[in-house]
Write a protein that binds this ligand. Sequence first.
Ligand code: I3P
Length: 126
Amino acid sequence: KDVITPLEQLMVEKEGYLQKAKIADGGKKLRKNWSTSWIVLSSRKIEFYKESKQQALSNLKTGNKPECLDLCGAQIEWTKEKSSRKNVFQITTVSGNEFLLQSDIDFIILDWFHAIKNAIDRLPKD
Ligand code: I3P
């Protein structure tokens, strides 16, 4: 397996808007609440920003941290059962956090699925 250098860890692989719903936190089920999120994928993690990229950048200065998903050992799978929406996949982290991501636009969600799956597959499982 390729070693991921510290520089690579910082590099953004993909970013953009998707619909996001966090449905579990540490294994505890949450009430589903879809919202638009600016999503930043790097080699080890995904960051979710509630706001536009501009606002996110200004929040960085004030020390406001985005929600973070650790991709090490995470699982990703398409789901039809967890939502009435089309084009939904779920990411489950080792810590028991569950996120649904969705876009109505087929190629956008497919690109994201493959980018995240590739990132997970490159990482050590533990
Ligand atoms: C939920 C809301 C979600 C819906 C969810 C509802 O209601 O309508 O959009 O998920 O369905 O429970 P509320 O806002 O009252 O919490 P989908 O859009 O993904 O279907 P669910 O309970 O079947 O997950």
